[in-house]
Design a protein around this ligand. Structure first.
Ligand code: NAD
Ligand code: MG
Length: 418
């Protein structure tokens, strides 16, 4: 879905599908065939995925160039990145942060652009070939939407786009010719593993989860965990919001929903297994019982490169597995008692409609409150569950409904926390 036609089918058919042919005729494919660098817009360039993306582009041997950098407030980082990568545009989405920027700080040839509306215009324009969507939270929806509406290929890290508006986003891509290639490591693994079989041969998809820093904590121990402990992820280095989501396992809930819409699967075709080493990034089981996995060290540069370069592969900067040293790979089922967020993820994936946007908005508010010390760790999932249960559910929402319920859920959760 993004669509079986555009990712799953194009990746799994032996003969070129219609979608693949369309892709091969696209302007960006022609540029890559002619050895002209693809012009990449990096949204959220000051964050963890954004910085990894810039490393991938710098090591791409001229396949890609940074054409647009976008950050919210970290102006100093943007200035530094602009001097290294020399983009055509730097977009600062927060007007207040932009107002404080002095003149002459950006290199010659780089223009400062302010605000999300201008960003959306640039993404839709002819000078951007590919977009890396790595803004954190529902704030990433509009820019991703704009790029897809213009038929662009989007390397999607911002899972919240699919959690909040999955069906609308995949339908938009199908209409416009836009393509979504996942950056999330599990979904990148699934995308790769799906290339081993055909769509109707898929039995189930199993997402791996590190289990986070509290994997072995009892329910009683979880009552008093502090933000500093939750921010110490055992295997991945990521931004603060997704690190807390990993600790509550809400990240896996969001990823179940992401996979449901991205690959057009039913909720009961999705499984989760705890795998503390984070070496296997997910599995696809086919109807004959064959299970295909994708492996690699926990390094986001690989899924970022895969998403940017798909369908090409090349020798890039990602870490490699070293098979000359002993490796241990462990798997266990998730404990839904200690980590109720996972169960909530299944419920929301099964319900569809507005359940995803409400879960996501409630979680964003609750995570910020936990980081400020306002709510306890276990309250995050409780607040999310209450928001999902109490919201005025719509089965077939419009984008306006979704944006309205995003605001509704944030306000409700704020009230409950007072
Ligand atoms: P981060 O906190 O490190 O970076 C967030 C970026 O978003 C920053 O550049 C920030 O300036 C920008 N931003 C924040 N609010 C914004 C707003 N209102 N408007 C525009 N820009 C805004 O986050 P991250 O860890 O890089 O994660 C980014 C996205 O990628 C998230 O959706 C996350 O779930 C997803 N993701 C991250 C990882 C990872 O390893 N970090 C892995 C898989 C998926
Ligand atoms: Mg992930």
């Amino acid at each position: 879905m993004i669509s079986p036609d555009r990712t799953v089918a194009s990746a799994t058919s032996t003969a070129a599908s219609g979608a693949q042919v369309m892709r091969d005729q696209s302007a960006d494919f022609q540029r890559s065939q002619n050895s002209v660098p693809l012009r990449v817009a990096v949204l959220g360039s000051t964050g963890s995925i954004g910085k990894n993306t810039l490393e991938v582009i710098a090591a791409s041997d001229g396949r890609f160039e940074v054409h647009l950098l976008c950050g919210h407030r970290s102006v100093d980082v943007l200035v530094e990145q602009a001097h290294i990568h020399r983009p055509r545009w730097v977009v600062v989405t927060d007007p207040k942060a932009a107002a404080a920027i002095g003149s002459g700080v950006f290199p010659e040839g780089t223009e400062l652009v302010i605000g999300p509306e201008r960003l959306e215009e640039l993404l839709a324009g002819p000078e951007v070939d590919r977009v890396v969507s790595a803004i954190v939270g529902a704030a990433g929806l509009r820019s991703t939407w704009s790029a897809l509406a213009a038929g662009k290929t989007v390397a999607l890290a911002n899972k919240e786009t699919l959690v909040t508006a999955g069906p609308l986003v995949t339908q938009l891509a199908a209409r416009s010719g836009g393509v979504i290639i996942p950056v999330d490591s599990e979904h990148s693994a699934i995308h790769q593993a799906l290339r081993s079989g055909r769509r109707h041969e898929v039995q189930q998809v199993v997402l791996t989860a590190s289990g986070g820093p509290f994997r072995n904590h009892s329910k009683a121990q979880l009552t008093d965990v502090q933000p500093e402990e939750a921010l110490k992820h055992p295997t991945w280095s990521m931004g603060p919001k997704i690190t807390i989501d990993s600790a509550t396992m809400m990240n896996k809930a969001l990823e179940i929903i992401e996979a449901r819409w991205l690959f057009d699967l039913q909720a009961d075709q999705l499984g989760v297994v705890v795998h503390p080493q984070s070496i296997i990034h997910s599995f696809v089981e086919f109807v004959d019982g064959s299970v295909i996995a994708q492996l690699g060290p926990p390094d986001m540069k690989l899924p970022i490169q895969y998403a940017l370069a798909y369908p090409e592969r090349y020798d890039g900067p990602a870490q490699r597995l070293d098979f000359s040293v002993a490796q241990r790979l462990e798997f266990s089922p998730p404990d839904l008692e200690r980590f109720p967020a996972v169960r909530l993820g299944y419920d929301v994936a099964a319900r569809g409609g507005t359940a995803g946007v409400v879960l996501n908005a409630a979680n964003e508010e609750a995570v910020q409150a936990f980081l400020r010390g306002v709510v306890k760790f276990q309250q995050i999932a409780e607040l999310c569950e209450r928001a999902v249960e109490e919201h005025p559910f719509l089965g077939d929402p419009t984008l306006e409904d979704i944006l309205r319920l995003d605001v509704w859920a944030r306000k409700e959760v704020q009230t409950w926390m007072c």
